[in-house]
Write a new protein. Structure first.
Ligand SMILES: [Zn+2]
Length: 244
C-alpha cells in the first residue's frame, strides 16, 4: 500500500512539472508597434498600457515586436505559433510580415487580433487584412469632442464604457466598412467633421473564421489611452479576443 502511494506521489510530482503545465499558462499577446506610414507619438503609452493591463488582470502576458527584424521573426511562419494573438498598437502602412496572407489565415485559424486607432491604416492595399479587420481608415478631421454611444450594452467590451461619455480625440471615418460584417459596439451619431446625423462606427468586434477580432478607432491621444474607461475598454476587448 505504502509503495503504491509513493508511486502515485511520484507520478503526481512528474505531472506537476510536465509540459502539460504550459496549457494552464496565460496566453501570450504579441504587441506590434512597427510603422511604415504615420508614426503616432502615443505608441509608447499604448505599449505601457498593454503591459499594465496584462499585469493587472493576469489574463495574458505581453511580448513586443518593435523592429522589422522582431516582427519578421515573431509574426512570420513558425514564430507566431508561440502566441495566442496579436495587438497592433497604432501600426501603419505595409508591415514587413514575410507572408501577410499566412498571417491573416493564422488569425482565421483561431487566434486573437486586437487593433487600436491606425491599425485600420495598416496594409492599406491588402484586402484580406482589411476584410479581417472590418474597415479601412478613410480620413479624419481636426481633433474634436464627441459623445460616444454604446450600441450593445450587454457586450463585455461596451459594458466597460460608461454612459454618457464625451471624448476629445482624433475621430476616424472608414471605408470598406459593412455593418453586416461586424458587431458594432461604439459609435457617434453625428459626423465628426460636419455634424450631420448618421452612424459613425468607432469600435467593433467580429469573428474571422475561428479567430476573434477587436478594433477600436479611439486612442490617438495619450490622455485618451491613459483614461480609466479606455483601459477597461481595451482590456475587455483583449480578453474577448483571447476567448477569456
Ligand atoms: Zn491618430
Amino acid at each position: 500500500m505504502t509503495r503504491v502511494c509513493l508511486l502515485t506521489l511520484v507520478a503526481l510530482a512528474a505531472c506537476a512539472t510536465s509540459p502539460s503545465d504550459s496549457i494552464a499558462a496565460p496566453p501570450r499577446l504579441l504587441v506590434v508597434s512597427v510603422t511604415k506610414g504615420f508614426r503616432h507619438d502615443s505608441i509608447p503609452t499604448a505599449e505601457k498600457l498593454a503591459e499594465r493591463l496584462a499585469a493587472q488582470s493576469g489574463a495574458f502576458t505581453v511580448d513586443y515586436a518593435r523592429t522589422d527584424e522582431e516582427l519578421a521573426a515573431k509574426l512570420g511562419p513558425g514564430g507566431r505559433d508561440s502566441y495566442a494573438g496579436v495587438y497592433f498598437a497604432q501600426t501603419s502602412g505595409d508591415l514587413p510580415i514575410p507572408d501577410p496572407q499566412g498571417f491573416v489565415d493564422w488569425i482565421a485559424a483561431g487566434h486573437a487580433f486586437v487593433g487600436t486607432h491606425s491599425a485600420s491604416d495598416t496594409f492599406p492595399g491588402f484586402a484580406p487584412y482589411l476584410d479581417m479587420l472590418g474597415g479601412h481608415f478613410l480620413r479624419h478631421g481636426e481633433q474634436t469632442k464627441v459623445s460616444l454611444l454604446v450600441r450593445d450594452a450587454s457586450h463585455p467590451v461596451s459594458k466597460a464604457v460608461p454612459q454618457p461619455l464625451e471624448v476629445f480625440d482624433e475621430i476616424y471615418q472608414f471605408e470598406r466598412y459593412d455593418p453586416s460584417r461586424v458587431h458594432l459596439l461604439l459609435y457617434v451619431a453625428k459626423d465628426p467633421e460636419t455634424g450631420a446625423a448618421g452612424e459613425f462606427p468607432l469600435a467593433w468586434t467580429r469573428e474571422h473564421g475561428k479567430g476573434r477580432v477587436f478594433y477600436t478607432a479611439l486612442g490617438h491621444r495619450d490622455d485618451v489611452l491613459t483614461s480609466e474607461w479606455y483601459g477597461a475598454h481595451l482590456l475587455a476587448g483583449m480578453k474577448w479576443a483571447l476567448g477569456k
